[in-house]
Design a protein around this ligand. Structure first.
Ligand code: NAD
Length: 254
């Protein structure tokens, strides 16, 4: 029997085949889950649709998380199609360019609020909507980064944003644990994705990660997918509130 046999998974955050969410969606599918995908807007749809076809996704829906009606529609469609949800992956982040590239002390009120809303509160909104569909328990995951606890050059205001995301993960894990709903935040090392291209000098960060990590290997989306599959599986039924770091051991180096 496959690890996620018969499970229903909603994956939010596929932009293209380099996305961490795509690595997870493929891994969930390979492990026996049915996977629903969303796309940000019509422009993104052109990239996501062929990927959805590759994994036979029964649902492909538009979702800009700043639009509550769209989010309601996604969960309503999941409820109508499956009647339940076993796995939720939130793999999205956003910060306006000027605020991302500037000093944290200069971050605008509006930019900070938007970064927190899209990157953190949207996870809370999704888990809230997933809760009634997870009456038999479930696994909710988000994606964070090491810049939450250490100052990483150029990561700037996304450090505090990811710190909030990890704190939210612990709170939600505590609130929902008795219902068998687990909440974890995967923390991969740097990966060359569209979101990462918005961070200044990202190539240097990748170079440093490979050089310093004990394995000297950069993280891949397949490795994140493998870990996410474990967290989604019954084997991880007592694992919640964690932030597993998938970075070749970079975080233990000084
Ligand atoms: P990506 O660009 O492939 O994915 C980011 C996704 O966020 C895209 O699909 C985009 O459409 C989505 N998004 C942005 N605003 C949205 C909105 N308003 N509504 C709905 N979706 C929206 O890049 P990625 O690197 O795969 O990013 C996924 C997650 O992984 C992010 O949370 C990112 O911070 C995190 N992460 C990335 C790295 C890395 O090095 N790439 C490392 C650690 C953590």
């Amino acid at each position: 029997m496959q690890m996620l046999s018969g499970m229903k998974a909603l994956v939010v955050g596929v932009a293209n085949e380099h996305s961490i969410a795509w690595g997870c969606a493929q891994a969930f599918h390979a492990a026996g889950a049915e996977v629903a995908l969303t796309y940000l807007n019509d422009k993104a749809r052109a990239w996501v649709e062929p990927l959805a076809q590759r994994i036979g996704a029964p649902l492909l829906l538009p979702l800009d998380v700043s639009d509550d009606a769209q989010m309601d529609a996604v969960f309503a469609e999941v409820a109508r199609t499956w009647g339940r949800l076993d796995v939720l992956l939130h793999s999205i982040a956003f910060c306006p360019k000027d605020d991302l590239h500037g000093r944290v002390v200069d971050c605008s009120r509006e930019g900070f609020a938007q970064a927190m809303d899209i990157s953190v509160h949207s996870f809370m909104r999704m888990v809230k909507r997933a809760e009634p569909l997870m009456s038999q328990g479930g696994s909710c995951m988000t994606v964070t980064y090491y810049g939450s606890t250490r100052v990483v050059d150029q990561y700037n205001v996304m450090g505090p944003v990811k710190a909030a995301l990890e704190a939210v993960t612990r709170e939600l894990a505590t609130e929902l644990g008795a219902q068998g709903i687990r909440v974890n935040a995967l923390s991969p090392g740097p990966l060359k994705t569209r979101a990462a291209s918005g961070i200044d000098h990202f190539d240097e960060l990748m170079h440093l990660a490979a050089e310093r990590a004990p394995t000297h290997q950069l993280t891949t989306i397949e490795e994140v997918g493998a870990y996410a599959t474990f967290l989604a599986s019954p084997g991880a039924r007592n694992v919640t509130g964690t932030v597993p770091i998938i970075d070749g051991g970079f975080h233990i180096t000084s």
